[in-house]
Design a protein around this ligand. Structure first.
Ligand code: TRP
Length: 506
């Protein structure tokens, strides 16, 4: 059988898809409240450090690794050794069966809110609307309650769209979709930013967003949040960028693409913050309260504070609401499809199952798994699982990735591969960051997170729920170990190797 690995039609197509994965719900509301919670403009300092010390080095690693091994994360790691393969499975499996399950439901909320925007159905008390009328939130994680039909139905729509995009081969499905999604997203965001900046009180909002509180830089949490945000935002440790890079042609400009993806993603976050905060500034002014009293973090910002602001706008409120939630839906879906691709290509690499079946199976299980978050108690589980996947799962994945690629694979060989495919070059500083700097930083965050875990119960949840949350991640780890022991479909390990000119880099 000839090598049938799919290819991007163009470099731009790849870039759009990678940026599509990186830019997601995390850039719009998560970045804004992270900034606000962690010292405003001062947060940009640790954020920038995180970009240089972990974001860009790991992006280069994932691109270079996936490109040189021409494989999804498990296949690429399997070429290093069977033990490493476990990590290759753990990354996409965890993202698919933890993060994606609730992420798809948050996209579903946005879809509902997009429809609510037409008649501003959230009314005056947006907080009560969100928690009592929309989610009908239960008392705690132990009370799962009933399924919320509107959420379930829109979640079905979200999974259906994802399925439609993903079952075709990458160059027809994901690449085409992102080529439409990304320019649309940038355009709509620009409209929103310009619109927001015209409003009275916008400058006050921006001052609040960007005013640096340097004293906060002493805090461990601020740095931890900056690194956590960077990982989540750049889709690092997900196994996604490895799979995406495996579809690149030989001359792939890995260095340039890695810089561009990272800079566009972070620039977009910064830019979208202007839209969010100018509107909050306006709202503070109209309602005559200080801005710090109108801002809330977490889901509150997009689904409680923002709808209130939309209702208060002087004109075209519905249009503004539709734009805002449409931006979230587009950003969310272009990220969601990337994990289906990452895990789908992994399964295809390992077993002989055709693409259509794999993708259909993943979308159906994804939808079924997301039912948990369509329940009245879903939000609590979202919070608990998000805590474990972001603070441990992703950071541990990044840490191990650095150790495996830094020490088991020779970094200078991988660097040579990266440089050979690129116009811009990287030097030995990169090897040093992968071997030493990045793992040291990530390792210390892991230790710090563990320390906090035992010092205080996360958000005061009962131990049994936290154990279930952490246990689910451990279960997925066991599943990754199990899958890694299964045999590869005949010849896949060997043949893919020779598809890059037979160069063995380990
Ligand atoms: N980077 C995305 C963000 O900032 C998150 C993301 C990317 C994601 N791919 C994903 C989340 C797949 C869930 C599933 O929001």
């Amino acid at each position: 059988m000839p090598n049938t690995r799919d290819r991007w039609n163009s470099q731009v197509g790849f870039l759009f898809a990678a940026v599509g994965s990186a830019i997601g719900l995390g850039n719009i509301w998560r970045f804004s409240y992270m900034c606000h919670d962690n010292g405003g403009g001062a947060f940009l300092v640790p954020y920038f450090v995180a970009l240089l010390a972990a974001g860009i080095p790991l992006m280069l690693l994932e691109y270079g690794f996936g490109h040189s091994r021409a494989g999804s994360a498990p296949l690429s790691f399997a070429k290093v050794g069977q033990k490493s393969e476990v990590l290759g499975w753990f990354m996409p499996v965890m993202v698919m069966f933890v993060i994606m399950l609730y992420y798809s439901v948050v996209i579903a909320w946005c879809l509902n809110y997009l429809v609510f925007s037409f008649d501003l159905s959230w009314g005056a008390d947006t907080e009560s609307f969100f928690y009592n009328n929309f989610l009908k939130l239960s008392e705690g994680p132990g009370q799962l309650g009933d399924v919320r039909l509107p959420i379930l139905l829109s979640s079905l729509v979200v999974w259906f769209i994802i399925w439609i995009i993903c079952f075709k081969k990458v160059s027809h499905g994901i690449e085409r979709a992102c080529k439409i999604f990304m320019p649309t997203l940038f355009l709509l965001t620009a409209v929103l930013v310009i619109w927001g900046l015209q409003l009275d009180g916008a400058t006050e909002g921006l001052r609040y967003y960007l005013r640096p509180d340097w004293s906060r830089l002493k805090e461990w949490k601020v740095w931890n949040d900056a690194f956590g945000q960077m990982f989540f935002s750049l889709s690092l440790g997900f196994g996604i960028m490895i799979a995406y890079a495996s579809y690149l042609p030989k001359r792939a400009n890995i260095v340039g693409n890695a810089y561009l993806t990272s800079v566009i993603n972070c620039g977009y976050s910064f830019f979208a913050g202007f839209a969010v905060f100018s509107v909050l500034g306006y709202m503070a002014q109209v309602s005559g309260v200080p801005i710090k009293d109108v801002v809330a973090g977490g889901p509150g910002l997009a689904f409680v504070v923002y709808p209130r602001a939309i209702s208060l706008l002087p004109a075209f409120n519905s249009l503004f609401g539709v734009l805002f939630f449409l931006i979230l839906v587009i950003a969310g879906i272009s990220s969601g499809i990337s994990i289906i691709e990452a895990l789908g290509s992994a399964i295809q690499d390992k077993f002989s199952i055709n693409r259509f079946r794999v993708i259909t199976l993943l979308c159906v299980t994804g939808f079924l798994g997301s039912l948990l978050f369509c329940l009245q108690g879903g939000l609590y589980w979202l919070d608990i699982l998000d805590h474990y996947s972001n603070n441990y799962g992703l950071v541990a994945a990044g840490f191990l990735e650095c150790l495996i690629v830094g020490w088991a694979v020779k970094t200078h060989l991988l660097r040579k591969h990266i440089n050979d495919s690129s116009t811009l070059k990287i030097n030995r500083i990169w090897d040093f960051s992968i071997k030493v700097i990045t793992p040291l930083i990530l390792g210390s965050f892991l230790v710090g997170a563990l320390y906090h875990e035992f010092a205080e119960r996360y958000e005061g949840y009962a131990i049994k729920y936290l154990v279930i949350g952490a246990g689910w991640l451990l279960f997925l780890l066991a599943a990754a170990v199990f899958i890694s022991r299964l045999p590869w479909r005949a010849g896949s390990l060997k043949r893919e190797h020779s598809s890059r000119g037979g160069k063995l880099l380990t």
